[in-house]
Design a protein around this ligand. Sequence first.
Ligand code: 6PG
Length: 249
Amino acid sequence: MVTVHKYTAEESLAHNLGQFILESQDKALKNHQKFNLAISGGSLNNVLHKAFIEDKVLASKVDWNSWAIYFVDERLVPLDDPDSNFGAFKKAVLDHLPANKAPKVYPIDEELVKKGVDSFAQVTMDYEKIIPKNFDLVLLGCGPDGHTCSLFPGPTHNYLLDEKHRRVMWCRDSPKPPSDRITVTLPVLGDAESICFVAEGASKQPIMHEIFDLKNTKLPSALVNHLYDAKVHWFVNDEAFTKVETTSF
Ligand SMILES: O=C(O)[C@H](O)[C@@H](O)[C@H](O)[C@H](O)COP(=O)(O)O
């Protein structure tokens, strides 16, 4: 069963998510001395900033030098482009860390990206080579259309959702700009130790209803619930879940 962690405005979702991530860190370090984490873009970066930069108690417990951080999806733009997920994470978190706290971060090959569209297949294959087989934790967002990673709903994008072997794919026609991205595929999520969605705010109400009450598994986020339920967690706030009648999945 999917686990939903729901917080009121007074409770801090960021603090509780931070604690959850630290538990995952501690478990991973006990098992293999390294914490393999994959993150998405969007508002997750603000939550990570609150949890590990602003919250000094949690910040003191992060063993940054043992973290290996990858991206579940990335826009095929230079790393300093405002659209870059790496760039957003750098701004929100990395730029605030002292020099002696240095997670290993794995962005896409920027030089290749700069060569243009002819190199995008290579960028995708190269990223596939560097991601670990089993992530300890994958942190996901959920778009208002139900997408997660850059796995979008609808027939045009079934080639991404249907993929059973490739672990990283080139999403050529993203409905959300920019149009060229890379994304991990469902097998990568399936191999992860734990999967955690973060969804906050009133704009998420309709899609949360469609995922949890209607269980529309044509939506990538609902499909992840359906396929990997036991290891899926949702960190949500009351606002996002106002229209949700059942949290069971
Ligand atoms: O590259 C991307 O487009 C993001 O990784 C994307 O998949 C994001 O996670 C969701 O759109 C949710 O974003 P919000 O949390 O900002 O709504």
